[in-house]
Design a protein around this ligand. Sequence first.
Ligand SMILES: [Fe+2]
Length: 463
Amino acid sequence: MGKGVTKKRLGKKSRIIALVGVVGLVLGGWCASRWDVWFDNPDEAAYTPSNVPTRVLLTFGNENGLTRNVSWTAGKTVQKAFVELFDRDDSLMSRVDAVGEVFESRSGQAAYYVARLRDMKAGHAYRYRVCTGNQYSAWYAFHLPTEEEGHTSFLYMGDIQDSIGGMANQLLRKALHHHPDAEFLVCGGDLTERPTDAYWGETFESLDSVGQAMPVLTVTGNHDYLKGVICQLERRFSLIHSYFLDSMIGENQVFTVCYQDVQMFCLDGNREFFYLATQRKWLREQMSKSQAKWKIVVIHHPLYSIRGSMNNIIQRWMFDGLIREQGVDLVLQGHEHAYARMTAHDDDGKAATPIYTISHCSPKNYRIEFDERFDKFGSGSRYYQTVRTHADTLFLAAYDAFTHSLYDSLLIVKREDMARVIDLGQDIPERIHFTPNLNNRKDVAFAQRIEAYKKKSKSKKFQ
Ligand SMILES: [Fe+2]
């Protein structure tokens, strides 16, 4: 009897040990397969910054829609630096001193400068150049909106993260050629492939001639961070996108700006739970005092994912209720390297705000899932969006970045705080283009999902 009980106990113990061992092995295998994704940062090659000012970037300032910051880099040590600013309308020149700071990355160091341009006049055109020591940059020009304009027009690109020698600059310039009324550029994070000097160089290639002439507004993406158990954002990011220097809350890269009748709210969706809670508090405070007619949130990680229903669930839990409660009109997102648009619905099932869009303009396309809550998908190309507001109407349009053909569009018409959504994009055929590698089971499964989606969506047209 005693021996039988002991044998049984030993048997049970062995099974538990075996089970723990199997679970350990499976977990270990999974961790090993994900190790690079979670923890591997690409090496940064050694670099020496030019003594001539380079990487000049114009951004919004922190006080209001008529302030601007200019950031740049020059040399390895901080010297006297300033911006020469000409008001082209009355030929007045002012000199705005810059604040310099040395940032040491993993493989080199460079001095970064920020000049805060204030006291400028609505409707005026300016030209400027930056100077460090006795070295000057080229001349650049920008203009400020007039106070009476009452409308806004900007261009949005989700992830760009171009490969070295990529074609983002060509696509961006052509997009602006087709939409010359765009007053600023908004990016949905992952503007830079990885935080190394070489990729930052590529980012400035992507923004060449654009990022010096119109304000660039971006949020953080996961590729902007150094990977680790707790991800780290280098200070280089904030020294370049310098509005964050004055607006971040602790380590949270949050920012808001009012431009005409629009207020943009930028969130740092890449962070861990307790950081997101701080951002939610900030967002509630900012939105509760907002007088803007149109509220637009920009966040890298989509609150409703097209890569898995449980993806980004913490971000959704943190922000979505507040976004709906505060009457946000648009949520511009990136990260998932496809195009998708989702419209909220009211209690009667009518289309309502907010509108959630996912977009990208990068060389990489990801395999997506076709969540029924979304109105429209696109895959196999690059995209950009335009947002225009005038009086009681916001017009959102998405374009294929190669052909500049209209891919999606809708209107939000707002009267007495009641928003009506008019879907103009449902009759534009969807393009879900993908060539699977037949030896890759994830590719094959995605190809099957595409076919199933097309079969199921009988009322839709496909290109
Ligand atoms: Fe991303």
